[in-house]
Design a protein around this ligand. Sequence first.
Ligand code: ARG
Length: 466
Amino acid sequence: MSSQQRSQGNQQWGGRYSAGPSAIMEEINASIGFDRKMWRQDIRGSLAHAAMLRHVGIISAEDEASIKEGLAAIGEEIEAGQFTFSTALEDIHMNIEARLTERIGEAGKRLHTARSRNDQVALDVRLWVRDAIDGLDAQIADVMRALVERADEHAATVMPGFTHLQPAQPTTLGHHLLAYVEMLGRDRSRLGDCRARMNESPLGAAALCGTGFPVDRHMTAAALGFDGPTRNSLDSVASRDFALEFLAAAAICATHLSRFAEEIVIWTNPYFGFVRLSDAYTTGSSIMPQKRNPDAAELVRAKIGRISGHLIGLMTVMKGLPLTYGKDMQEDKEGIFDAAETLALCLAATAGMVRDMKPDVARLREAAGAGFSTATDLADWLVRELRLPFRDAHHVTGHLVAKAEAKGVDLSGLTLEEMQAEEPRIHNGVFQVLSVEASVASRTSYGGTAPVNVRRMAGEWRERLA
Ligand code: ARG
């Protein structure tokens, strides 16, 4: 901005202002550095607004036509990197409007009739979040598809199931992966709920009280793909709970990805050796030639920090804010943008790792049998075969585990005599339930770990995701 322009004050509200802002005012006030990301949404909103203004007779058909042309040309300028964004013009709304007037003159100045930046920004942010949800939904579905394929492939691959990260019962890799499919399915549904609830158009609320112009808010709402207009003008410009909901859903999804990433970190550790990631998702060390570090997984594990941080950040901005609009709300954008972009990156990295990982089936089998993992199967057998009350069966099994541990073998390494010394009625049939394969195959309860279940569930998910 030239010094002459500055001395004339801001060209958008220069009527009342005689002096320009101090440099620091300009710096703290400007959002163009980040809200330029919403240029597509801003143009979309303006096109719908202009069409409505013409429809109700507020502007002429010629004005609408030149606004349309001008906005299209501005879109091309921005896309081509030829648009000059100005900090003095504060934000994306005024940057585009000023350029429009520069290009088409008088008609450009009519566009802001019956509209305020308050409803304009509320609209743009909603449109941006809605677009982000649609993109993330497709990406989550892609991760789910990748998990379902690997789950089907490894429906019968036994591995240790953990509680407290201690060996608990044998499960299958397929069952384990499908657990994440369930979580991600709920993440999609949460984002979908958020999308459905926020799908109302604030455009036409104007500054805060609506407008005396005969606007048709239903028309702009429909044109922009909303279910209808918001019902209260004050709420329309003052509320950002749709953004909070989005951030909460994004943070929960990122939490799920973080847990999976941590498992990848554990599984690829040579002490575990459950899966291997290729060079595509690992890095070496500049000093230790043997290293294969799971950096992508570590970063997905970590990035939840930013996303949940943005949720807390915006909740803190919004708390205690009196109705209606306050400039505070300009602080919503960077967190929303970063959360959406970070989650998108984490989803892409997760999909990549799921497709890339190479499970070591023999190692998983070996680990599945360690740690007396079929002790529950033994106790269940005592209940079923010998009619022992479960608590007594648990006790007898505990003694047998201690015996095996002292002998340095697993449960199937005990002799029948050694078992009968604890419970004389135990017979040879017991050895059939002590293998990990028998253990997982027996767990056919709905939602249980048995390979037949896993295959069926994988099939159901594949259909649902098709
Ligand atoms: N850049 C502003 C924001 O992000 C746009 C709305 C400004 N409204 C106003 N009355 N100053 O919130």
